[in-house]
Design a protein around this ligand. Structure first.
Ligand code: GDL
Length: 692
């Protein structure tokens, strides 16, 4: 057995693997784009590129076929470009569609192919078994105890054949917790892989799901103990190959930096379009560097699970967008304008006749303001992350919803209120900002980025345009145009193609909006709160605080008496706490203290005896916006109030931030809660109470 090929004793033998996996379905990147990627990786401190384009013929479907002389030349150049930029090139192959594991000829074919690539100068390899049929053929069933045994056998053989490369990655078929039967810790597939795969082979893992919303330290500890090694995360957070209308320009997030020492590495499998991946890769690089700040920051014990002292997604995004803005201005790319554009110059730089000066009475040259950082922020907000829209997008959806529900058609009033008009105007301004962003993007000198973004920005411009026109008709400012009313609309009047049509025929459009989930099909469970719920309750509390106040950091908000309950600093009274669950987990809570005094004392708030006489108990309730049905929250508060009453209490009160319109609405609609006067209430907060 030969020694690991490129281990450099005392150097970076086990350096953290960080970089990009080109592992999506669809058109692979070009050699030119990949070389550009290596440059960027080097500049930003990332060290690895995993070559795994699903629809590259010879990576997967025709994995046995050797490369032609011409292809070989290209791969040799690519591998050497990676070396030049200090990026480790890992060549991956996916034989799982049709390999017969037990046939020695198949094993030989695999070795032959990888030997050829080794001959191109590549010294790191990977075998991928994701997205394949799990049923073995009869010959393999006879030869192997299980699918895991078959995969491990061929992987170990190839790894040894190649001389135990320094980096060798294996992608299991069960590559995320959701795929494990019955779960990670009891998966016999993963246990076999963990026990039998040679220790020098690292294992790829996408987290709890294929596209993981969050990846927790606990989940990685669990899988590492089964795999007997720290995994390399194959992160699909920015992958968009599953939906042609989506693109992800938000920051790498919801992976605590505490994960870094628990992982062997992270590779992001980003958007299919090469150029828009600037943010995905740049923010991953910032995240990977977060260990540098480790020492003192790690000592800070933060209660907020989501707060990461070493990494701020918003700051990382700003850094990325600031650099990206420069990139938009660059003309050094295929199809870019030949001439640098300064701010004063017209953007339409027709190289052939740039000296044209319009005469008197003629059209002035078309001019456009240069793209700004704010434009890019807006763009990122509109195309944010798979489980979250950016702030502006959320605000627009929220405002449209409000405008719709509070328009004349929805109320009995005869005139749109001043508030309605001002919010409609604000909505219109944001729509206009989207249009302006589109115009400035279309004029950016870097055409390569623009062309990758074009379909997406056109689509959002149309979507926003429709919403804008609708709000105008609600406000009575515009008559629906002949085009809108027409029975023979233009094709853009029926968007989304056949797939869109199928979606619209399914209940609730067959999907779950990030903004609003279908309420009717959800089943809710209300159960007593237990100490293990503390973390989820804290998360909901923080999420809702952020959503209510936008960008204001939670610590700068005034303290409310009930905060210590929601934040888990004080335990609720026995039998006076419930949580609400739906199929995705805990989605709400209702907590109470039969005696509010200790909670008030904790934040040094003097509540008058007369208030406490009438309302001695304290309640707090929160429900995530995905619960659009108000009845579960009503039931929860009903249960809570009856427990408080049976403890002998005469009344309850709650405190609310003015910004928390949803909860104020909720209590108001209950009818029994009325605003109460309370001395010493912080600014912008109100108190409501009810007798029992
Ligand atoms: C997957 C595929 C990946 C694809 C991604 C997102 C892995 C290991 N495999 O399951 O090729 O791009 O989903 O659609 O993630």
């Amino acid at each position: 057995m030969s020694k690991p090929s490129d281990a450099k004793p005392g150097t970076d033998e086990r350096r953290f693997i960080s970089g990009v996996v080109e592992g999506f379905y669809g058109r692979p990147w070009t050699m030119e784009q990949r070389t550009e990627l290596f440059k960027r990786e080097q500049k930003w401190g990332l060290n690895t590129y995993l070559y795994a384009p699903k629809d590259d013929y010879k990576h997967r479907m025709y994995w046995r076929d050797l490369y032609s002389a011409e292809e070989a030349e290209q791969l040799i150049a690519l591998i050497s470009a990676a070396k030049q930029h200090n990026v480790e090139f890992i060549y991956a192959i996916s034989p799982g569609l049709d390999v017969t594991f037990s046939n020695p000829k198949e094993v030989a074919a695999l070795k032959r192919k990888l030997d050829q690539v080794k001959g191109f100068g590549c010294s790191s390899f990977s075998l991928l078994f994701d997205d394949i049929e799990t049923e073995m053929c009869p010959a393999d069933k006879q030869a192997f105890g299980s699918f895991a045994h078959a995969q491990v056998d061929i992987t170990n053989a190839v790894y040894q054949h190649l001389g135990q490369p320094h980096t060798f990655l294996f992608c299991p078929t069960d590559y995320c917790a959701a795929f494990c039967t019955p779960n990670v810790s009891q998966s016999s597939y993963l246990h076999t892989v963990g026990e039998k795969l040679l220790p020098g082979i690292d294992i790829l893992w996408t987290g709890p799901k294929v596209v993981s919303h969050r990846i927790s330290v606990e989940s990685i500890e669990e899988v590492s103990s089964v795999l007997k090694r720290a995994p390399v995360i194959w992160d699909n957070i920015h992958a968009n190959d599953y939906d042609p209308q989506r693109l992800f320009l938000g920051p790498f997030k919801d992976r605590p930096t505490k994960l870094i020492p628990k992982l062997r590495g992270v590779l992001t499998n980003p958007n299919c379009e090469f150029y828009p991946n600037f943010v995905a890769i740049h923010t991953l690089a910032t995240w990977c560097k977060a260990t540098a700040a480790e020492g003192e920051a790690r000592d800070v014990e933060m209660d907020d699970e989501e707060y990461d002292p070493c990494y701020s997604p918003q700051e990382a995004l700003t850094l990325a967008l600031t650099d990206w803005l420069q990139e938009f201005m660059s003309t050094h790319q295929p199809g870019g304008l030949k001439k640098d554009c300064s701010e004063e110059e017209p953007m339409q730089t027709d190289v052939g006749d740039s000296s044209y000066v319009p005469g008197p009475g003629e059209n002035p040259l078309y001019t456009a303001e240069p793209l700004s950082l704010e434009d890019l922020r807006l763009l990122s907000d509109l195309f944010y992350l798979p489980y979250q829209h950016g702030l502006t997008a959320r605000t627009m959806l929220h405002e449209l919803d409000w405008l719709k529900n509070h328009s004349l058609a929805a109320t009995t009033k005869t005139d749109q209120s001043a508030e309605w008009c001002s919010r409609a105007q604000q909505f219109d301004n944001t729509c206009e900002a989207v249009v302006q962003m589109f115009n400035r993007l279309s004029n950016a000198p870097n055409r390569s980025i623009l062309y990758d973004l074009y379909n997406y920005i056109c689509d959002i411009k149309s979507g926003v345009g429709l919403a804008r026109a609708y709000v105008k008709t609600l406000g009575g400012q515009a008559q629906p145009s002949a085009q809108l009313m027409n029975n023979d609309p233009e094709p853009w009047g029926f968007r989304g193609g056949l797939s869109g049509e199928f979606q619209r025929m399914l209940p609730c459009h067959g999907n779950r909006d990030l903004f609003r989930h279908p309420p009717m099909t959800a089943v809710y469970c209300i159960r007593p709160y237990c100490p293990a719920d503390k973390v989820e309750v804290q998360r909901i509390f923080r999420d809702m605080q952020r959503a209510a106040v936008g960008k204001v950091p939670p610590m700068t908000q005034p303290s409310l008496i009930c905060d210590s309950l929601s934040a888990g600093d004080m335990a609720p009274s026995p039998q006076c706490a419930h949580v609400l669950e739906d199929e995705m987990g805990v989605c709400g809570f209702a907590l109470a203290l039969t005696d509010a005094k200790p909670a008030a004392a904790k934040i040094q708030r003097a509540v008058s005896d007369s208030v406490l006489e009438d309302f001695p108990s304290l309640v707090t309730i929160q429900v995530l916006p995905r619960v659009t049905d108000p009845s579960p929250a009503k039931r929860m508060i009903g249960l809570l109030l009856s427990s408080i009453k049976s403890s002998g209490s005469r009344g309850v009160f709650c405190e609310l931030r003015q910004s928390d319109r949803r909860m104020i609405d909720f209590y108001t609609k209950l009818g029994s809660f009325k605003p109460i006067k309370m001395a010493g209430l912080p600014q912008d907060t109100i108190a409501m109470g009810t007798r029992l």
